[in-house]
Design a protein around this ligand. Structure first.
Ligand code: GLY
Length: 332
């Protein structure tokens, strides 16, 4: 049975019910998607994103409500933050590296496990869309620096100055001391990571950032690296990270969370285990950096956990856009 027909046949009275675990994993061989609805259940779309980003989750939700895919939803949701000049850790307006250049990292992953990423890109605001172009229009999965930028222009992206006057001012002030010590939840309150389930029951995710403020030129964080900043497995769920990219990279945190969910952990339990692994590897250093994860499973359950207080995240579901404070490890 065709997937759309399958959903149309679901009883209207059951709309809003979340698919039960017992039916998860049945393959629809004709369309190569995982059927997660049974005859008496229907899929409930949901969006979850790192930090207080209500406009971004609202945009993604709007896409889902109009019957769009989770892939379109996460891309368009992330674009809201990339264009927001007040957001100094994503897209245009992001704080620069030590040399005063704004360099952006982004990645996107779809329901079929396709992945595209760009890293260290200058002069292009919507790097999430550029990452999607890499995924859809090239034989590669990652493009970096000048190559990514040139590919962007070929694809019609506009060349823009990403360094706003206020970011330039902040950088000049920083240069007075040039002390590199990221401030928890401020200078490493960075990435927007977004996960969504659409009305077909499919999961996609996206992640975009200007990375750590005043990083070394050429530095790349976790955000564009598959399995670290983002991972999606449409049979299981997805996860994405924020905070000190170097620490997420060493734990391959997002992949770890999806694998823990595969082994039966809830998204919350999986996020907590991933944070504990980051902490364990860091010795005492965890006191000086933040890492936070969010996750979603195929049933639409969510989880979030971080090292230090004040990481928060937005969830849009059942027509409501709410921000939640994440549970955290360090009660000291
Ligand atoms: N988590 C983003 C970064 O470290 O660049």
């Amino acid at each position: 049975m065709k997937r759309r027909k399958f959903l149309q046949n679901a009883s209207l009275s059951t709309l809003g019910m979340v698919a039960t675990a017992s039916v998860i994993g049945c393959k629809n061989s004709t369309e190569n998607t995982t059927v997660i609805a049974s005859a008496n259940t229907a899929i409930q779309p949901i969006v979850i994103a790192t930090w207080l980003v209500p406009n971004a989750t609202a945009k993604a939700w709007e896409v889902l409500q109009n019957g769009g895919t989770a892939l379109d939803a996460v891309e368009q949701g992330c674009m809201i933050e990339e264009a927001d000049l007040k957001n100094v850790s994503v897209g245009k307006g992001g704080l620069p590296d030590r040399d005063g250049n704004v360099t952006l990292d982004a990645c996107i992953m779809d329901k079929d496990g396709n992945y595209g990423a760009v890293m260290c890109v200058q002069n292009i605001t919507h790097v999430i869309s550029l990452a999607r172009k890499v995924m859809e229009k090239t034989p590669h999965v990652i493009l970096a620096g000048k190559g990514a930028e040139e590919f962007g222009y070929e694809q019609g992206f506009k060349k823009e100055n990403l360094l706003t006057e206020s970011s330039k001012k902040a950088w000049k002030k920083w240069k007075e001391t040039s002390q590199y010590k990221p401030i928890i939840n401020i200078e490493n309150h960075d990435t927007i990571g977004m996960l969504a389930i659409d009305s077909f029951g499919d999961i996609s995710g996206a992640c975009t950032t200007s990375g750590l403020s005043y990083k070394m030129a050429g530095r790349v964080g976790d955000s564009p690296i598959i399995g670290s900043g983002l991972f999606i497995d449409n049979e299981i769920g997805g996860a994405t990270a924020t905070g000190m990219g170097e620490e997420v990279l060493k734990t391959v945190g997002s992949f770890l969370i999806v694998e823990l969910m595969r082994q039966g952990k809830t998204p919350q339990e999986a996020c907590e285990e991933a944070v504990r692994r980051v902490i364990k590897k860091s010795g005492d250093r965890f006191k000086d950096f933040q890492v936070g994860f969010i996750a979603i499973n195929k049933q639409g359950e969510t989880g979030a956990y971080c090292i230090h207080e004040w990481f928060n995240y937005n969830v849009y579901k059942q027509g409501e856009n709410n921000n939640y404070k994440s549970a955290y490890f360090n009660k000291a």
